[in-house]
Ligand binder design. Structure first.
Ligand SMILES: NC(=O)c1ccc[n+]([C@@H]2O[C@H](COP(=O)([O-])OP(=O)(O)OC[C@H]3O[C@@H](n4cnc5c(N)ncnc54)[C@H](OP(=O)(O)O)[C@@H]3O)[C@@H](O)[C@H]2O)c1
Length: 337
């Protein structure tokens, strides 16, 4: 049983903590917060030992009646590995401390690939992280692209990908982000960072991406145009995606024609926080015209990277050499389809 700590118990961190707790070979021995808010209170109510990032704030937690177990420095001393889920840019700053402690660490997609040196997706490049000290789980959008492009590349080869990424303006709880009433080319230049980011885990993929921000909080949505190396039928692509872990085919004509309806479906699954770890692909959108595959998919940004964080722990700690086995183990414990 390996001891894991989560530095930054926010949108991603609280989900990673629960996903790790569900595994029979890993245990959470601490999570961290800077503020004594409801998430801090609930972490303690759930049974997590809570540590504070800024020792001078101890009194704030005390006054709020939230029990703390110590400081982040103390938490890190006890761990086999830390999953850093602090806001983008903070993780890279924390790296020096982890290095001083000789502590292995997993970072999130808000960090720059260059700052961490190695990026991770369980399906694309698991073995490159095996036994390494530091790795960055690629962002929610890049994880979404990898989940479907990797199996398609395995099936028939990919000459070139063009993707239009429609990105949510913020997460559902975020009250100060937007846009509120606009469609924003973001960036207005080509390529967006998503194509180059995909190349940090699918090294040889030829891809160009453009991205927009829109006033929604539920999911991202991707539109892909994929020039195929070898000719295949749409049915073969469908079969391949059906057989691919953490990908699901959904049908618009079954009432799942939008991100809102897909999130309603996620509620019906009855998982904690209504999470949808899988990438839903609209079956009707899969078409091949003149050797080019078209499809549309969505990404539940709050949760899709969570299983990959669990896989990354097993890779760094050399707990399982075979990516398929760790994916299966993670999936089973998390109830992933
Ligand atoms: N949200 C998404 O859609 C999403 C998807 C995929 C990847 N990511 C990536 O995951 C990472 C975390 O994002 P998030 O959305 O989970 O952020 P978040 O909800 O803002 O959570 C960040 C957590 O870090 C803590 N924190 C804030 N400032 C800190 C500091 N200076 N030192 C230590 N801890 C600090 C916060 O504690 P307090 O709340 O107590 O301040 C909070 O627990 C980022 O790299 C992000 O790009 C996010």
């Amino acid at each position: 049983m390996k001891s894991v700590v989560v530095n930054g118990y926010g949108t991603i961190g609280k989900r990673v903590a629960d996903a790790v707790s569900a595994q029979d070979d890993l245990k959470i021995i601490g999570v961290s917060k800077t503020k004594p808010d409801f998430e801090a209170r609930m972490a303690v109510e759930k049974g997590y030992d809570l540590y504070i990032s800024f020792p001078e704030r101890e009194k704030l937690f005390h006054d709020a009646g939230i029990e703390i177990s110590g400081t982040v420095d103390e938490m890190l001393e006890k761990a086999d590995i830390v999953v850093d889920c602090t806001p983008g840019g903070v993780g890279a700053k924390n790296l020096a401390q982890y290095k001083d402690l000789g502590l292995k660490a997993i970072f999130q997609g808000g960090e720059k690939h260059e700052d961490i040196g190695l990026s991770f997706n369980a399906f694309a490049n698991y073995s490159d992280s095996f036994g390494q000290d530091y790795v960055r789980v690629v962002s929610c959008n890049t994880t979404g692209l990898t989940r479907t492009l990797k199996p398609i590349n395995d099936l028939c080869g990919i000459k070139k990908v063009r993707a239009v990424m429609v990105r949510r303006g913020g997460d559902p709880h975020q009250i100060n982000v937007g846009p509120l009433n606009s469609i924003v080319p973001n960036p207005p230049t080509v390529p967006s960072h998503h194509g180059p980011d995909l190349q940090t885990v699918m090294y040889d993929i030829n891809i160009n991406t453009v991205a927009l921000l829109v006033p929604t909080t539920l999911m991202h949505q991707h539109n892909l145009m994929v020039e195929l190396e070898n000719q295949v039928e749409v049915e073969e692509i469908i079969k391949k995606l059906e057989d691919t872990s953490r990908v699901m085919l959904v049908k618009a004509n079954e009432g799942l024609g939008s991100t809102a309806e897909i999130m309603e479906y996620a509620k019906e699954l009855g998982r904690s926080r209504n999470d949808l770890f899988e990438i839903p692909v609209w079956q009707e959108s899969l078409n091949i015209t003149e050797g080019e595959l078209y499809y549309m998919q969505a990404v539940h940004q709050e949760s899709n990277v969570v299983p990959e964080n669990v896989d990354a722990i097993r890779a760094l700690l050399e707990m399982e050499e075979d990516p398929e086995k760790t994916v299966q183990k993670t999936n089973k414990a998390m109830g992933i389809l």
